[in-house]
Every structure is written in C-alpha cells, then in structure tokens.
Design a protein around this ligand. Structure first.
Ligand SMILES: Nc1nc2c(c(=O)[nH]1)N[C@H]1C(S)=C(S)[C@@H](COP(=O)(O)O)O[C@H]1N2
Ligand SMILES: [Mo]
Length: 603
C-alpha cells in the first residue's frame, strides 16, 4: 500500500481543468496516511460515549441500574427455585421433564465433526470484530429512535447528553448542531478504532467481517442439514418448553442435572441455540439491509414499520442478544464441566484430555492479541483498511446499486426536523453570492461532454422543475424525509451530452472539506449510470422553500441510491470524467480521501 501513496509523491496538481478553476486542487498529497487522533476531523475533542441511558416515558435512566437489578433478580431466582424444589409437584415435574430428553430431539451420536468445530471458532473471531465495529458505528450517531426522522427528544436510547437547545436553529448555519458534533468516542480496546467519527474505518471492519460471518453461516447451514447435525439444534416437539422450564429451575436452584451436551442439549440450550442460529443471525442480516438507501429507496421502506430507525433498533437488539448469549454460554461452559466441555468442542470427543484446555488457552491468547491490535493497526494503516475493505466488499455494493431508487413518500411522512451535517462554506465569496440572491453564482458543467455549459441560477429555475419526497440516509445512522424541488440530472445530461468515455460525474462544492485547509474543498464522484434515475435531482428547494444555507444553498445533489455524504451541498461545478484517480487524493471524494469512506455507498 505504501507504493500506492509513494507514486503520488510528486503530483500536486489539481487533477482536472475544472478542479483547478474552482480552486479545488492546491493541496499537497498526504503521503503517510496514519491518523493523528488529536488533529482528526479538525481536531474535534474526543468526547467519550456515556454508558447508555434509556428513556421510559419522559424520564431517562442509566442502564447501569441493570447491574443491581440483575443481582437482586439472580438472588431472588435462586431463593425461589430452591424453595420450589422442596415441593412434591415440582419433583414430579422434574421427573417427568428432566431438562434433557430425547423427546424433543433424538441423541446425535456422531460427535462434533471438524468442520463444525472450526466454524464455531471462526464464528467468534468474526463476531468479535463485527460487534465491536458495530458499536463504533452506533456511537457515530449515539441515539436510537423508532421514528424515521430522528426527531430530537424522541430517542429511546442515548449515549450522550441531549442536543444543546440553543443549537437547534437551522437558520444559523454556522452554529447549528450537526450530526458530526453529535458523534462520540469509545475506548480503543472496545470499539474499532475507537476515536470519534471513525465510522468510515469502522464500516470496513463491520462489512468485511460481516461478509465472512455470513459465508461462514451459510456453509454452516448447508453442512448442518447435510450431516444430520441439525437434529441437535432444531426441537421436534413441544416437549422442549417444559424441559426448558425444568432446566431453568434446576440451574436456578444451583443443582444442575447431568451434562449430556455431547449428544443432547437441554431444553434451554436448544431453544437458545436455535434462536441464535435461525432467528437472531438472519435478523441481523435483514435489519442491516433495511438500513441501506439502495434497498429502502427501491422498495419504499423509508416510512412505516420497516424504516431505518426501527431497523437500527432491532439490529441493536440482536447485538444485545448476542452479547447476552455469549456471556451466558461461556459461563455455562465453565461451570458445567469445563474440561469435558472443551474436549467436545476442541477435539470433538467425549473425553477429558487436558490437550483441549491447552489448545483453548492458546486460541484465546491469539484472540486476545487480535482483539488488542485491531484499533492500533487501523489508526496506523487506515488506507490499508480502506483498500482491503473495498476489495473485500466493494463488489457487493456495486450489485446493490443496480436497484432503481423509485420510492417516494407522502407529505405526511416529511420529517419535522431534518438533521444537518457537514461543513458550511465560510468564504467571503460565498457570503457575497448569497447576499446577492445568487445572481452572480453560476454552475459550470464541463469535462467529457459535447456541449460544456455554464448555467446561472435563473437558467436553472427556468428548466423543468420536479418535486419528490424522499428519504435521506446519513452514513452516521440518522435519516429524514424531505421534499426536494429542482432539476433532473437527466435533463442536464440532455443539455451537455456526455461523451461515451464519461464514466463518473464529479460534483464540486464551494465549502471546505474539513477544518484543515490541506483537505481542500468538498467534492464527490457518482457513477454516470445513476444520473438517469428520475429521482436524481439538483435540488434548489427543500420542503417548498428555497434551500437554506444549512442544507446546501443554492444547489445540492439528491442521488437516492446513495448515502448522505455523497449528496454534495453548495455545488458550483459538475465535471464528467473517465476516472477519478487524478482528483483530490484519488479515492472518489473528499470523505473518501480524508475519512476513508468508500466511493460506492448504497448501504
Ligand atoms: N459540501 C458538502 N456537502 C455535504 C457535506 C459536507 O460536509 N460538505 N456533508 C454531507 C453529509 S455527511 C450529509 S449527511 C449531508 C447532509 O445534508 P443535510 O445537511 O441537508 O442534512 O450532506 C452531505 N453533503
Ligand atoms: Mo452524512
């Protein structure tokens, strides 16, 4: 990867005629891409996430209360179970339903085959990265809601304070609280990579290991059913429920029955395993996909019960289940005959060899090391993470972009509050253009086109106008429905007539990309194939009003199959190019260059 950056060493040009005309390329290439957390994202202070609070009615409660509540519950459950086991009817019940029984699943006597043992190991390695990166993604918008517009004050879970009330005024673009202001940091041994607003990098980890985890899971399903091992996991009679209850009472009374896990799982075990493998795992996948603009804009999931915020909430619930499951599962492995249990899953035999313990300890040490190096390596080699991630999952994102983004919503779905994001233009020139009612502003469209043109604000207003009510999906997790009015990109294409060699469309903003002037101005590239969608718009109106400064005046992009950061605001130039390698740092946009995002963002 180093050579990739070295080759740019002497190249400090703007990359294209329009880029240099608009002042987009006077920066030096960054050669060594390691991240300095102190100056990252304009040196935002590393505000830490809080232990989550949950809202019940109008009041917020710390989830730390779960610790004493849990302890009291356990003590109470033990007392209750021990008392219950004194009664004859309970003794009869446990005799009838011993907890482990062949009545709901026949004994599987073939042991644990090697493929199953390996897959079990891969699963935990993949999930550790998946879950940590997932929590990092959550902390980039550390609130969960059930309404698609993420209206302030309606969250049910939060990992930071409420938005300062004096920063909700969207007419004050310089002061308004942005989604980036809202992100929080995690300890780097916990999230990946920990520091604030590192979602671009966290997503490569999340999606790459997600893919590995899914492939592992699919292979597992196939082998499970091909081998007959599924009989361990799928209860075949309702008897499983009284047996599960019996197991619960026995465990709670701290008097466990014999562990027959090598051939038969007890009622509780089989229900939990079944739910994890066949309910929660697929649910994680589905609720992940439901958060994708490309999928939602194809099927209209923006409003209603399948909206992104419900999907985020359910996705998070799956995480809670997985954490709970892993904690209880591991505890049970320890307290129900540790060495014997390890022999089952490490060696696949019903023996009591200490080799299994040795292998387990060695594997745990390796996992511990992997755990600890993930964040430091990401901070040291973010560009490698981006490139490897793109190589691993980029092609899938390309498939997702095929979906036609045709969903539109009704006036009733429009979000009362639409979160703002990004860095507003601060130049004097922008202020003058705005003060002059955009009379002196113009949109230059050139590059690989037959007919390069420059349009004034008036010219654009004179073109056919289209309205659409669509949903915005910020990479950070929030969403919002708004009505956009403007001109179709397909009409622009008809005017300029792109040459066959044009493959990408670059949108240049008047605003800076970041606080560091070295990052230059904001820009982003879109595949030309997206420009023909009827919903691909250059918007100058939002909710029937002229676009305000906060949301991108005078002109901003809507490409409904892509995530929010691709929707360039404060546009003043559009260029048709064959490749974007020569623009900026060459990764496809300002956030691709400096925040390590991917250039395809249908999810
Ligand atoms: N020029 C420019 N455009 C930008 C950004 C930015 O920082 N600069 N931020 C992007 C991001 S991350 C999002 S989510 C959307 C937010 O649009 P909104 O402020 O209208 O909600 O704008 C996008 N367009
Ligand atoms: Mo965003």
């Amino acid at each position: 990867m180093a050579t990739d950056d070295q080759s740019r060493d002497d190249d400090t040009g703007a990359g294209s005629p329009l880029a240099s005309l608009l002042g987009h390329g006077e920066r030096l290439r960054v050669l060594d891409h390691h991240i300095d957390v102190d100056t990252w994202a304009g040196g935002i202070p590393q505000t830490r996430a809080r232990v989550p609070d949950v809202r019940i009615g109008r009041r917020w409660y710390s989830t730390l209360w779960l610790i004493p509540i849990g302890l009291v519950t356990v003590v109470f459950a033990v007392a209750l179970a021990q008392q219950l086991r004194q009664y004859d009817w309970m003794k009869t019940f446990i005799d009838t339903y011993p907890g482990t029984s062949a009545s709901y699943a026949p004994a599987v006597t073939s042991g644990f085959p090697a493929w199953l043992r390996w897959q079990h190991l891969f699963n935990i390695v993949f999930m550790m990265f998946l879950m940590r990166a997932g929590i990092q993604i959550l902390s980039d918008h550390p609130r969960l809601y059930l309404n698609s517009g993420c209206q302030p004050g309606t969250a049910w879970l939060r990992m930071r304070d409420p938005i300062p009330a004096d920063r909700l005024d969207q007419s004050d673009a310089a002061r308004v609280w942005t989604a980036k202001d809202d992100s929080v940091a995690l300890p780097k041994w916990f999230g990946i990579p920990g520091f604030r607003h590192s979602i671009g990098l966290a997503r490569w980890w999340h999606f790459s290991f997600d893919l590995l985890w899914l492939v592992n899971g699919l292979v597992f399903y196939v082998l499970l059913f091909a081998s007959g091992q599924w009989r361990r996991l799928v209860p075949q009679s309702w008897d499983v429920f009284p047996n599960a209850l019996s197991t619960a009472v026995q465990y709670a009374s701290l008097d466990f029955g014999a562990n027959e896990g090598f051939t038969n799982y007890n009622g509780m075990q089989i229900i939990c395993y079944f739910a994890t493998v066949f309910v929660f795992a697929p649910l994680a996948f589905i609720t992940g996909l439901l958060q994708a603009p490309a999928i939602a804009a194809r099927f209209g999931f923006g409003a209603g019960v399948f909206n992104r915020q419900v999907a985020r909430t359910v996705h998070f619930t799956v995480l809670l289940w997985m954490v709970f499951f892993i904690a209880v599962h591991t505890t049970m492995v320890f307290i129900t005959g540790f060495v014997g249990n390890l022999n089952h899953i490490v060696l696949g035999t019903n023996t009591h060899s200490y080799w299994a313990l040795a292998v387990y300890a060695a594997v745990m040490a390796v996992i511990g090391v992997l755990w600890l190096i993930a964040s430091p390596l990401t901070i040291r080699y973010p560009r490698v993470v981006q490139i490897v991630g793109r190589w691993t999952v980029g092609w899938i994102k390309w498939f997702m972009e095929w979906a036609q983004p045709k969903a539109t919503y009704s006036e009733d779905d429009i979000s009362p509050y639409f979160w703002p994001n990004g860095r507003v233009p601060t130049s004097e020139r922008y202020e003058q253009l705005r003060a002059g009612g955009w009379a002196d502003w113009s949109l230059r469209i050139q590059g690989l086109v037959e007919n390069p043109i420059t349009l004034s604000y008036k010219d654009i207003l004179a073109m056919p106008k289209h309205d659409q009510i669509t949903q915005h999906y910020c990479i950070q997790g929030w969403s919002g429905v708004a009505k956009w009015g403007g001109v179709r990109m397909s009409d622009i294409l008809d005017l300029v007539r792109p040459l066959p060699s044009a493959r990408w469309v670059v949108f240049y903003s008047m605003a800076d990309a970041g606080a560091d002037p070295e990052e230059g101005r904001y820009y982003d590239c879109h595949p030309i194939a997206h420009m023909n969608a009827p919903t691909c718009l250059l918007a100058y109106e939002m909710n029937d009003e002229p676009l305000n400064v906060t949301h991108g005046a005078p002109l901003r992009l809507r490409n409904e199959r892509e995530i929010g950061f691709k929707q360039v605001k404060w546009i003043e130039g559009i260029e048709f190019v064959e490749s974007f390698e020569h623009l900026g740092l060459g990764y496809g946009g300002a956030h691709e260059d400096y925040e390590f995002f991917g250039y395809r963002m249908p999810i």
